[in-house]
Design a protein around this ligand. Structure first.
Ligand code: COA
Length: 213
């Protein structure tokens, strides 16, 4: 039986390696990666209508990246079988210091063994090594993956341009925090703001009363 976190043992037999190309579109590796991308999108489709579009983008990204050498993909290998993947690519536009993490997926047989965390951490380290300051990713509002990202405690939420999706940011220049931490810090900001407003109101009332005397 495969060791699990519940048994106090993480499966380190799984190694994460950068995908190196060129790989033929017909190769067993390419086919397995496409299968995992499809499986990830089927899961995402339960929570977000845009998943079919995202699937098409991921498929195209993989095929183009493979022709260009594959370096944007990081694959978790269990011996000779890919069991997880993630992509670190440009965000588009003229933003060389930004990266987008996408297509994260871990095979159901290999979940809750720390592989998802290792893939994300590897993606962030790769972006940092390329000199990037900000890394973004999108997660569907109702997706169970939100709890996964919250557990990583690496990201802060920022305003999302896509309805139904949360946008997360990892930055080398800003303090990070989980979704929950951000809610806490937002309520703290609201309390401090309210306190300052009340103090200002008190001062104004005092000045008004003193002038009245
Ligand atoms: C989300 C996903 C990548 C997580 O991969 P994983 O290898 O099972 O995650 P890990 O084992 O590294 O988990 C890291 C932490 O997150 C927690 N976690 C993982 N999945 C979770 C879930 N669905 N709900 C709550 N917590 C979760 C783990 O318990 C662990 O917590 P710990 O550090 O306290 O032990 C995987 O479930 C998946 O591929 N899902 C389908 C595709 C998807 O949703 N991708 C993300 C698209 S944005």
């Amino acid at each position: 039986m495969r060791p699990s976190r519940d048994q106090g043992c993480v499966d380190m037999a799984v190694v994460i390696r950068q995908l190196r190309g060129p790989q033929s579109p017909e190769s067993a590796t390419t086919q397995r990666l496409l299968e995992m991308i499809s499986a990830g999108c089927r899961e995402e489709q339960k929570y977000a209508a845009e998943a079919a579009f995202i699937l098409e983008c991921s498929r195209q990204d993989l095929q183009e990246d493979l022709l260009a050498g594959g370096g944007r993909w990081w694959i978790a290998w269990d011996n000779d079988t890919p069991v997880g993947l993630v992509r670190v690519g440009p965000t588009g536009g003229n933003r060389p210091n930004e990266r987008l993490v996408s297509s994260l997926y871990v095979a159901e047989t290999h979940r809750l063994q720390g592989i998802g965390r290792r893939l994300v951490e590897t993606a962030l380290a790769a972006a940092k090594a390329e000199g990037c300051r900000d890394v973004y990713l999108f997660v569907a509002e109702n997706s169970p993956a939100r709890a996964f990202y919250a557990k990583l405690n690496l990201f802060r939420t920022v305003e999302s341009p896509i309805p139904g999706y949360i946008k997360l940011q990892w930055s080398t220049t800003k303090t990070q925090g989980t979704l929950e931490n951000n809610k806490t810090s937002m309520s703290r900001t609201a309390i401090v703001g309210l306190g300052l407003a009340l103090a200002a109101l008190g001062c104004a009332a005092l000045i008004f009363l003193m002038r009245g005397r």
